[in-house]
Write a protein that binds this ligand. Structure first.
Ligand SMILES: Cc1cc2nc3c(=O)[nH]c(=O)nc-3n(C[C@H](O)[C@H](O)[C@H](O)COP(=O)(O)OP(=O)(O)OC[C@H]3O[C@@H](n4cnc5c(N)ncnc54)[C@H](O)[C@@H]3O)c2cc1C
Length: 409
């Protein structure tokens, strides 16, 4: 008698996909699907949630705006509407993505969590398994993102804490924390922005800064810092650009070390390229730190029932804890029999060559370069598959005409 697992296996629906299978309907999945459709190639997107861009719709705070100016966040083939501001809000970004999907007639299959995907060398097909179906295709495009799962740090005593402990992926607004003393663990863009949002709702954030961090102004002399860096990099060596950025940052923001925000020895862009660690683009948190409304704390030693003990010996009481501790990729949990990814779920081959693996495997959105990286990957993947698609079609046509000739003779 077969086990339940065998029965489930037999009941799974088998679906043969003519074009590629994409896993994930975030900006990256949508961008590749649109580029493929430009080449006349159909694709199927499998998405575990019930909407497109679930990170943006379900796992980000209300006040979020794009960190970079809109021209650096556009997907290929269709730009933002003219009337969008320089830094679109999360709602505007989601509405752009919805129009993008409808413009290219992209209809992902929702509530399809990819549990495993494996290449079958016998048939030359990828076998992709969701909770109720098996999909087969020659091409598999991984678009599940660098931010698929929250990183939850292990802090001694956390289980004893009496109040709510929330990861930023579950944080919506500071209004839920009015008058609370909140421990914010982490000082990246999310930690800073959540602390700022808490201040605006009369909460009292204590932000834990364990490591070094580069804080840069979002704009310098009225131009986006990111745009300035991109422009300078065309003409000057990276280290010189880093020096210029830090000079202007120190001039406009002052010495951040005095506020407890020590800068890494490596410059901001060099560090980003080497480790993926993004500099914080300040949108107002720094002035709240200067005024003492956001309190900067050294690393947490231990969480207690009512609060926390810190490395410098201080002890404080808190009502809530917010973990601004980042995200990780989930690729190793479902992509099997393939050594293209590291244990952390990032391609082993660095940018700009990490978009293509073997046997029809592709990755999009794993460049640590945000939506700019996505746009570049999407274009390359679509072109590469289009070349194979054409060859396949030509082979099929010549095979078909051969059969017709044989029939005639
Ligand atoms: C708070 C925040 C702000 C950001 N701001 C910017 C910015 O201003 N500019 C910028 O360029 N970048 C920004 N980023 C980076 C951001 O990750 C990208 O912009 C973008 O969301 C990446 O798109 P993606 O499609 O690669 O990944 P995601 O948006 O994460 O989409 C991946 C999709 O895959 C789905 N999925 C995951 N696992 C499975 C599975 N096993 N089966 C089926 N589906 C699955 C998920 O549900 C999700 O819908 C920001 C990130 C965060 C967290």
């Amino acid at each position: 008698m077969g086990s339940c697992k065998d029965q489930e296996e037999q009941q799974a629906k088998c679906v043969w996909i003519q074009g590629p299978i994409l896993v994930g309907a975030g900006p990256s999945g949508l961008a590749v699907s649109a580029c493929l459709s430009k080449h006349g190639i159909p694709s199927v997107i499998l998405e575990k949630s019930d909407c497109i861009a679930s990170l943006w719709q379900q796992r980000t705070y209300e006040r979020l705006k794009l960190h970079l100016p809109k021209q650096f966040c556009e997907l290929p083939l269709l730009g933002f509407p003219e009337n969008f501001p320089k830094y679109p809000t999360k709602r505007q970004f989601v509405s752009y993505l919805e129009s993008y999907a409808s413009h290219f007639s992209i209809k992902p299959r929702f509530n399809q969590t990819v549990q495993s995907a494996e290449f079958d060398s016998g048939s030359g097909f990828w076998r992709v398994r969701t909770q109720d179906s098996k999909y087969f295709s020659r091409w598999l495009i991984v678009a599940t993102g660098e931010n698929a799962e929250p990183v939850i740090p292990e802090i001694v005593g956390m289980e004893k804490f009496h109040g709510p402990v929330v990861h930023t992926s579950g944080y919506k607004s500071g209004s839920d924390f009015r008058n609370h003393k909140v421990l914010v663990v982490g000082c990246g863009n999310s930690g800073m922005e959540v602390s700022l949002d808490l201040c605006r709702h009369n909460a009292i954030p204590y932000m834990v800064v364990r490591n070094t961090v580069h804080v840069l102004p979002r704009e310098m002399f009225g131009f986006s810092t990111f745009a300035i860096a991109m422009a300078l990099l065309k003409w000057l060596p990276l280290r010189l650009v880093d020096k210029i950025l830090l000079l202007v940052a120190n001039f406009t923001l002052g010495n951040t070390e005095q506020l407890g925000l020590r800068r890494p020895k490596t410059g901001p862009i060099e560090l980003k390229n080497a480790t993926g660690k993004t500099p914080v683009l300040d949108v107002g948190a720094l002035s709240q730190i200067k005024s003492g409304k956001i309190k900067v704390m050294e690393g947490v030693k231990e969480i207690t029932r009512n609060g926390g003990r810190f490395m410098d010996g201080q002890e404080k009481e808190f009502d809530s804890i917010i973990l601004a501790t980042g995200y990780k990729s989930n690729v190793p949990t479902w992509l099997k029999g393939c050594d293209f990814f590291t244990n952390d779920g990032m391609p082993k081959i660095p940018f700009p060559n990490g978009w293509k693996g073997e046997n029809g495997l592709y990755t999009v959105g794993f460049t640590r370069r945000g939506l700019l990286g996505t746009a570049s990957d999407a274009d390359k993947i679509a072109k590469d598959i289009a070349d194979q698609w054409r060859t396949k079609k030509e082979c099929k046509n010549s095979y078909n005409s051969h059969i017709i000739l044989l029939k005639k003779s």
